[in-house]
Design a protein around this ligand. Structure first.
Ligand code: HEC
Ligand code: HEC
Length: 369
């Protein structure tokens, strides 16, 4: 079947306001805007090795520098429920590494079954994000950890209690004293967990192999999906190594999302909760799409169970347009090429929607109902 190439109505994709470039460097943004029309042209060419430096997406690095002994200690802590007040909830409780680094629920539940306000993002590749949390309120992985450990709806602990419990464990005592002059402290616990998180990378996806020059690593439908992802302008926000995670953007650039979808709680105010600036109302960190095929439901509010629904919502409120189902199917094919490998094992799901058949709006298996 020959298919007509999609011709974007608006040739210039959405331009993020310059203010958003503060954190990622204005030069990157300029480069992106300059390259956008070029990448549209390139998308029209037959399969050939890409010029990586011209692509808006980049491969995930094999490694970011991390001390193996410290990361190993952090891994033990990540799985340790003693970080929570009643010794029941570990980080892994809400960030299940066997399930894309999320809990698969609309909102997360902490100690005593307390319900949180937002959906849990993945911890995989979080070290590549320019800030942590939906509203970016933590600048680093280290800073992020106070949130869950002391949060009422998460682990509800106090650091002195956590440290007391951990000091009773001889293994921890010994490891911390080997690695740090000041032994077992809250800062060092954070440091260790963050070091482990920096190792949670998923390099070597089929898409990354394609970017690096293996033209057959993804098939024609997936290539077409990538071309659509670029030509519709998704890449103006979901970009870089993590296919997101390097900008803040308003939810509802081209329409009032919260007029049509009630704000569930104050988390819907997004970055406004951090800065108090009216211009930051409903602004969120653009999430990474690297593992998005594994992490339903979607959005900070966990409102969408399927990728199709999510993409339609994006098109309407972020791009001000309707995307035909057929194009959504191709974009989804492309998204399936993005998960890479963790510890040598591919995270790409074995079940995937068929390109031309099946119900586009059925939730992926394992998604919360
Ligand atoms: C009760 C469930 C729960 C627990 C326990 C939990 N998290 Fe989270 N985590 C979440 C939710 C929900 C968010 C998003 C919160 C927000 O953005 O306001 C989040 C966000 C994060 C992020 C930011 C990711 C991003 O892309 O913004 C990281 C990193 C993270 N958690 C790591 C941890 C670590 C490390 C621990 C253990 C110390 C932990 N989490 C414990 C639910 C949980
Ligand atoms: C103007 C910036 C912008 C554009 C353009 C954009 N997005 Fe988004 N995208 C966002 C933001 C911000 C969120 C987070 C919304 C929230 O959680 O409330 C998001 C969320 C998503 C999610 C859900 C991720 C998750 O883990 O919950 C998917 C999937 C997605 N976008 C795909 C797309 C696709 C496909 C396109 C192109 C058709 C697109 N986006 C265009 C900014 C954008």
């Amino acid at each position: 079947m020959t298919r007509q190439r999609f011709v974007p109505a608006a040739v210039q994709p959405f331009k993020p306001p310059i203010a958003t470039a503060r954190r990622c460097g204005v030069s990157l943004l300029r480069a992106l805007l300059l390259l956008a029309p070029l990448t549209l042209l390139l998308g029209a060419q037959p399969a050939a090795a890409l010029n990586l430096s011209l692509e808006p997406l980049q491969p995930i690095p094999e490694k970011i520098p991390a001390d193996p002994a410290l990361a190993k200690l952090g891994e033990k802590l990540f799985f340790d429920p003693r970080l929570s007040a009643d010794n029941t909830i570990s980080c892994a409780h809400c960030h299940d590494l066997e399930h894309g680094g999320v809990d698969g629920l609309k909102h997360s539940y902490g100690v005593d079954g307390r319900e949180g306000m937002v959906n849990s993002p993945t911890v995989f590749n979080s070290g590549l994000n320019f800030a942590q949390f939906w509203d970016g309120r933590a600048a680093t992985l280290e800073d992020q950890i106070d949130g869950p450990v002391t949060g009422h709806v998460e682990m509800d602990s106090k650091w002195p209690d956590v440290l007391k419990k951990l000091r009773e464990d001889q293994l921890y005592k010994q490891r911390f004293h080997t690695l740090f002059d000041d032994g077992l402290t809250a800062n060092n616990v954070k440091h260790a967990i963050a070091e482990f998180e920096r190792t949670l990378l998923t390099p070597d996806s089929r898409f990354d192999r394609y970017l690096k020059g293996d033209v057959n690593a993804i098939n024609e439908a997936e290539k077409h999906g990538y071309a659509l992802f670029k030509s519709y302008g998704c890449v103006s926000c979901h970009q870089g190594r993590n296919v997101g995670g390097n900008l803040f953007q308003k939810l509802g650039v081209m329409g009032d999302y919260f007029k049509e979808n009630a704000m569930e709680n104050k988390a819907g105010l997004g970055r406004f909760n951090v800065t108090g600036l009216a211009s930051d109302k409903h602004r969120f960190k653009v999430p990474s799409l690297r593992l998005v095929v594994l992490t339903a439901p979607y959005f900070h509010n966990g409102r969408y169970r399927t990728l199709a629904e999510t993409i339609r919502t994006m098109a309407k409120f972020q791009l001000g347009r309707h995307i035909p189902d057929e194009d959504i199917r191709y974009i989804i094919q492309f998204l399936y090429t993005l998960p890479g490998k963790y510890r040598g094992k591919s995270l790409e799901p074995k079940d995937r929607p068929l390109l031309h058949f099946g119900n586009l709006d059925s939730a992926p298996s394992g998604a919360d109902s």
